[in-house]
Ligand binder design. Structure first.
Ligand SMILES: [Zn+2]
Ligand SMILES: [Zn+2]
Length: 151
């Protein structure tokens, strides 16, 4: 994995980033927060170690958002110039940097077969039979693994 390298950036080009470490997970999240935060039907994202995520150009803009269901904070990050949502960092997983797949230069290289919060998914969303689909998060509130649903 020594050569691992992904690049991406925002729409206007003010924000550029590199990812020098492995992708820890890739997923689609159908929760209501991700719908609002992305303006899309669901978020598609990868998680990497924060230490492997390097920004160049402008600094990311951010704000603190508290999820009302559990009271934990997260910090969406976006380009202050064009508004492209780059990703977020999370109180629950402090080492993790979430990156929205659409901001990668080659998003087609990322495979997504895991879905979070299908209980909040829009009614027209379809899954592949081989996908892993969770009702909510892949971890329960007590950090035990959640059981995926049958498709
Ligand atoms: Zn921008
Ligand atoms: Zn979500």
């Amino acid at each position: 994995m020594a050569d691992f390298f992904l690049t991406g950036g925002c729409l206007c080009g003010s924000i550029r980033y590199e990812i020098t470490g492995p992708i820890l997970r890739s997923y689609a999240c159908h929760c209501n927060f991700c719908k609002k935060a992305t303006g899309a039907a669901f978020r598609s994202a990868i998680g990497v170690n924060r230490s492997s995520f390097k920004i160049s150009g402008d600094t990311l803009s951010t704000y603190k958002h508290i999820i009302s269901e559990h009271g934990r904070a997260l910090w969406p990050s976006f380009c202050g110039r064009c508004g492209t949502g780059i990703g977020s960092t999370l109180e629950r997983f402090p080492e993790l940097q979430v990156i929205n797949i659409g901001t990668l230069d080659k998003p087609e290289e990322i495979e997504v077969s895991m879905h979070y919060y299908s209980d909040e998914a829009l009614p027209w969303i379809c899954y592949n039979l081989t996908d892993t689909v969770f009702h909510e998060h892949r971890l329960n509130a007590d950090d035990t693994p959640a059981i995926p649903r049958k498709i």
